[in-house]
Design a protein around this ligand. Structure first.
Ligand SMILES: *Cc1c(COP(=O)(O)O)cnc(C)c1O
Length: 341
């Protein structure tokens, strides 16, 4: 199968491209069907679907990477399977067996193999799994039927021409409630973040920083990414809170900082009034890998970390190691890489 596609790999952004096939599986009467690959990128669902009215839906995001040898690999898809199921449990949707999830990811990548960007472009194939409640319902209760889908599209590297720090502003809004759904990757969390994001963008910031919803004194998230900082005595610190979305990139960086960079790591409170403890800071997630944080605007003051224009040495090392593991150039910890064959 050596089909070629007409794509300018070096100028991909993050916008929808319809690829050849997507995976669809349906749940009815207590079980998932086998699932299949389909050409149609439209879903036909009941007007009374809970996903449309009550936000009964969740999603995931992961990437397939082309290695120097031309192989294709997934990065920790078992973690996405687990997190999808944690999200499903929180909003009473049926879970998806891990093997079914990983097998579906592999099917989608193989079926769209010619869309996996070449090694060296920094571009990847982004996979978007999601689960939605469908069927004829009207009351506020779990749906009678569900659809699990995965589609994919090639996406460019987040930073073209090298990593550059960006500034963020602390939002007065919350993305999650103290005992709400912040830790679940459910759509409702993102609808509520659109307006605060727009306010931040209007003021010239890349995105906003959300503080803990209970006290508004501690950093929780950086837009739709997790926060980390490097303290002046070289510790990798990331916030701990039940309303943070547990980023797989963040947990990977915790491991990399400890085992590859050999520095101390901790998950603990990060006070917005004590940013001076950090010499570097960054945001992390699948899309950007790492976004270096130049400065954080809070109550009228911009706190600059390492620099507004240059990436700090620890941030760079973390990025290079993780990126190297994802593209197969750095040896991965056991179980992190799943080859698509
Ligand atoms: C998806 C997401 C992240 C990043 O998670 P990764 O698993 O690293 O991609 C962080 N914060 C929010 C709010 C997210 O939705």
């Amino acid at each position: 199968m050596s089909k070629t596609v007409n794509i300018d790999w070096n100028n991909l952004g993050f916008s929808y491209i319809k690829t050849d096939l997507r995976y669809v599986s349906r749940w009815k009467d207590g079980q998932w069907d086998e699932g299949k690959l389909v050409e149609d990128n439209k879903l036909s669902i009941s007007e009374a679907s809970t996903a449309l009215h009550y936000g009964q839906q969740c999603f995931e995001g992961l990437k397939a990477y082309r290695t120097k040898q031309g192989k294709i690999q997934l990065f920790r898809p078992d973690r996405n399977a687990k997190r999808l199921n944690d999200s499903c449990k929180r909003i009473l949707m049926p879970e998806i067996p891990e093997e079914k999830f990983i097998d579906a990811c592999i099917q989608v990548v193989k079926a769209n193999e010619h869309y996996v960007p070449p090694y060296g472009t920094g571009a990847t194939l982004y996979l978007r799994p999601f689960v939605i409640g469908v069927g004829d319902n009207v009351g506020v209760k779990p749906a009678s039927e569900y659809i699990f889908c995965i589609f994919c599209l090639p996406v460019g590297p987040y930073f073209k021409g090298g990593m550059t720090p960006v500034n963020f502003i602390v939002s007065e809004y919350d993305r999650a409630a103290p005992y709400g759904t912040g830790a679940a990757k459910v759509g409702g969390n993102y609808a509520g973040s659109l307006y605060p994001h727009e306010l931040a963008a209007e003021k010239g910031f890349a995105d906003c920083i959300y503080l803990d919803p209970m006290t508004h004194t501690k950093i929780e998230e950086v837009g739709a990414a997790n926060f980390f900082g490097i303290t002046k005595d070289n510790q990798f610190i990331t916030p701990k809170s039940p309303s943070i979305l547990p980023s797989i990139t963040k947990y990977s960086l915790l491991h990399i900082a400890k085992e590859y960079l050999k520095i101390e790591v901790a998950e603990r409170d990060v006070h917005i009034n004590n940013l001076d403890e950090f010499k570097e800071a960054g945001a992390c997630g699948t899309a950007a890998v790492i976004t270096p944080i130049g400065g954080i605007q809070y109550k009228g003051d911009l706190h600059v970390f390492h620099s507004e224009t240059e990436v700090g040495p620890f941030t760079k090392k973390l990025y290079d190691t993780l990126y190297g593991i994802q593209f197969g150039d750095v040896e991965a910890p056991e179980g992190w890489i799943v080859e698509v064959k």
